[in-house]
Design a protein around this ligand. Structure first.
Ligand code: FES
Length: 206
């Protein structure tokens, strides 16, 4: 018989699939992966892992958007200066501050820095929203300070609803949590000041 933890993990993943299936656009791509044979050629390519282009011209400071890449949710977050300052403060609180043990994909060299982002757009975080414990989708909890299910000195970040792992605003897991590693950072590049391509960089496609 399935236990409650299994059910919670399944529910979290199901929530992502339902959300993407109703969102259309990129989200729809993830949701229809099982039915890839019915897709048009360009949609099949996306479902299989082709790069995804994202317009972030509407992404205000402090906002995030979620797109699908390779069937996984990927966050794009426009961090404010205050949020970046919290990343620096979290260095001593996270388990692997320099991502020496990446999860499922290598950390791109250009993101091997304090903010885990490209230097010319350091405010923009691009991270795979798959908890490194058992794969649930964490929830953004950007507001700092005391609140439900978080410590009183919470600096802002993400909370996984399944077993309580927490991540900072660079997607680094806090110490002593079930999740062992930081969130993955995919390869990505800017093709204009307001356009990101996920799954591709100057070296080619991921
Ligand atoms: S899946 Fe267990 S803490 Fe995220």
């Amino acid at each position: 018989m399935r236990d409650k933890e299994d059910q919670r993990v399944d529910d979290s993943r199901r929530t992502w699939l339902i959300a993407t299936s109703v969102a259309g656009g990129f989200g729809g791509v993830a949701a229809v992966i099982p039915f890839a044979s019915s897709l048009a050629p360009s949609e099949k390519a996306k479902a299989a892992g082709a790069p995804v282009e994202v317009d972030i011209s509407d992404l205000k400071p402090g906002d995030m958007k979620t797109v699908a890449w390779r069937g996984k949710p990927v966050w794009i977050i426009n961090r404010t200066d205050a949020m970046l300052a919290e990343v620096v403060k979290a260095d001593d609180e996270v388990a692997d501050p320099h991502t020496e043990k990446p999860f499922s994909i290598p950390l791109p060299a250009y993101c091997n820095n304090e903010y885990r982002s490209r230097a010319d757009h350091k405010n923009i975080l691009v991270a795979v929203a798959v908890c490194t414990h058992l794969g649930c989708t964490p929830t953004p909890r950007f507001q700092s300070g005391p609140q439900a299910n978080l410590p009183n000195d919470w600096p802002g970040g993400f909370l996984c609803p399944c077993h309580g792992s927490t991540y900072d605003l660079a997607g680094r897991v806090f110490k002593n949590k079930p999740a062992p590693q930081n969130l993955d950072i995919p390869r990505y590049m800017f093709t204009s000041a307001t356009t990101i391509v996920i799954g591709k960089d100057e070296q080619g496609e991921a």
